[in-house]
Write a protein that binds this ligand. Sequence first.
Ligand SMILES: NC(=O)c1ccc[n+]([C@@H]2O[C@H](COP(=O)([O-])OP(=O)(O)OC[C@H]3O[C@@H](n4cnc5c(N)ncnc54)[C@H](O)[C@@H]3O)[C@@H](O)[C@H]2O)c1
Ligand SMILES: O=C(O)C1=N[C@H](C(=O)O)CCC1
Length: 233
Amino acid sequence: MNIALLGYGKMGKVIEGIAIERGHNIVLKVDADTKSYSLENIDVAIDFSVPSAAVQNISNCLNNNVPIVSGTTGWLDHYNDMVALCMERNGSFLYASNFSIGVNIFFEINKKLSGLMGTQPSYSVAMEEIHHTQKLDAPSGTAISLANDIIKNTSYTGWKLENPLASEFQIVAKRIPDVPGTHEVIYNSEVDSISIKHTAHSRQGFALGAVIAAEWLKDKKGVFSMKDVLNIG
Ligand SMILES: NC(=O)c1ccc[n+]([C@@H]2O[C@H](COP(=O)([O-])OP(=O)(O)OC[C@H]3O[C@@H](n4cnc5c(N)ncnc54)[C@H](O)[C@@H]3O)[C@@H](O)[C@H]2O)c1
Ligand SMILES: O=C(O)C1=N[C@H](C(=O)O)CCC1
């Protein structure tokens, strides 16, 4: 496949290596200083850029009939607009807050556990996410995905980074040098606690998942997530 990388930072570079290993060509790299570019002859674009650029990058692909895989976080207020544009253009759009297989399995465990805990009022929930110090958004996109499933399955109405209301739970976002991504969901009662935790050891899992998603999306039309690629959940 001919791949365009929209964002050539930490993730873009790891994705490049994996895509080449899997026999693909990186024919375009777009970064903050790119003045203009053409999407001609691109089979699929992969966007790992910055929150302020994601909507423009995704729209540009959809408007040029280029399938787009997006892993950028921190722009989801505009997700429904991108879904609408994809439908209007009969395009191909796949977003995932986390492309690693392990986290997508973790998402399913979180759904199951929150379903069980939803009927246990003696437990309260909290979440902790840890990432490297260059991360622009907090909490992480992955933490927001986990939180949305907890809210669906329990009586919690929302989350806050600080000072949650009684009906909300706290997401603690820590920034520590070089941490690729750790997420923990903790249920606490007077008598015990249950926690589930995912620890990424590097960016390889995110990047491999994004390339697999791009291979999967290339000849499909519609709006998808990593659940569709992995056929889980
Ligand atoms: N979904 C996942 O699995 C996953 C995994 C890791 C990171 N991420 C997300 O991916 C994004 C990128 O992460 P990173 O660690 O590579 O960050 P990074 O800061 O290392 O790289 C981002 C790159 O985007 C470039 N950029 C800025 N403006 C741009 C524009 N208009 N068009 C294209 N590129 C532009 C920057 O110059 C930079 O090189 C973040 O939002 C992060 O949260 C998602
Ligand atoms: O390094 C990052 O930034 C990451 N972002 C994603 C998120 O916000 O959940 C995935 C984990 C790494």
